[in-house]
Write a protein that binds this ligand. Sequence first.
Ligand code: SF4
Length: 512
Amino acid sequence: MASSSSFLAPSSTSILHSKKDLGLSAFTSTSSISSQRCQKTGFRRICCSVAAPQQSQRQPSTTGSVKTAMTMTEKILARASEKPYLTPGDNVWVNVDILMTHDVCGPGSIGIFKKEFGNDAKVWDREKLVIIPDHYIFTADERANRNVDILRDFCHEQNIKYFYDIKDLSNFKANPDYKGVCHIALAQEGHCRPGEVLLGTDSHTCTAGAFGQFATGIGNTDAGFVLGTGKLLLKVPPTLRFVMDGEMPNYLLAKDLILQIIGEITMAGATYKSMEFVGTTVESLNMEERMTLCNMVVEAGGKNGVVPADSTTFKYLEGKTSLPYQPVYSDEQARFLSEYRFDVSKLEPLVAKPHSPDNRALARECKDVKIDRVYIGSCTGGKTEDFMAAAKLFLASGKQVKVPTFLVPATQKVWMDLYSIPVPGAGGKTCSQIFEEAGCDTPASPSCGACLGGPKDTYARLNEPQVCVSTTNRNFPGRMGHKEGQIYLASPYTAAASALTGYVTDPREFLQ
Ligand code: SF4
């Protein structure tokens, strides 16, 4: 048996070692190991089917102490449903800690709530609903503007505590309550807490799993029900475990890690499964990088992603929330559907080629792809750390961009950071100064921007059939605007490097 701790990229040096997907029925089976040659790369792939330790049938815990091993996700849902233990496939009524909605799905959810619970009905808890306009904000589109008006009217009517409103579209800074992209605003405003259940009418609500909580996207109908009851019927997902060890090379970011995983398991590889991220590399990531990791689990079909809360989490939360929270962790004997192991030190910068997030390739394999523009923004790649990474690369190169380079900070706080926080090693310069010197566009008003295209007048929307390297999370046809546009998903390092050459570029050209 090959070392069980090395799991390599699909590159020329890659070997994969994984516990192959066993299926729930295989939990008590014995281990098996198979070795196969990867047809794509010609390199050896070793698959290890390793059964979880033999266990007797689960017994209910009657004393409150954990007598039956559970994963983090199972534990969070058990507590939220007031059950002593849960097993994958159980359907349970879960008490919701936070429900988030935004300007795209909020009006529809409110409509369902009013239809089903009555025009005069009150939401179940005015302090547990968070409403964040963020998608179609800086536009003259009347229907988009109307959606924000509907949210405002509802929040006034219901006396909602957390409504991050925007009224003056001509200057976002004139709106002190306005935040920007919901998933980043939720974290920055202290709504993400370990051990809790956070639901949102947006598929990337899974981002909050970075805080060791259960976070997932739901539809408008479910949200309408939660608005009235504070509960939702959820099926407990089985868990895939991703163990990432090894020192992260200075040219990689969390975006490379999640593109690696999605490329490995495909877009359907985690369908209705929880994805738990552990290992020394994950422990070394800051909160924003952990958010990038969890943000894209839905691109593999994942129900949720989770990172165990630790001192990094607790430090981030300091001063952001005064509410008590209780982290939970997977038991040692918890049963995972599969386990994948990565030696991160051997990975290389990646991209996802058009038109799927699992269309993985090494950035250097795409060096002949000429590009028209670069976009740095979104809940995946528009956080302060993402811009810091891009600025670091621009600084290291000392060069100017060769294609239009659009910068869309996720939130108002990120925007302020770009103008106020010195980039380490830059002699006091901020990101905004470095971007200006590199010839990038001025950082735009914070919002989802062109991540999902939006109305025609959306800043940086792909209105032509162009090729774009983007730090966003989806590259389906039409995602950023034009149906024939081609989007290469990449890390902020790779995006910045590509901006400097006008081709998809491996950031090692500038970082080593
Ligand atoms: S930034 Fe993009 S992916 Fe994130 S919430 Fe907005 S539209 Fe969705």
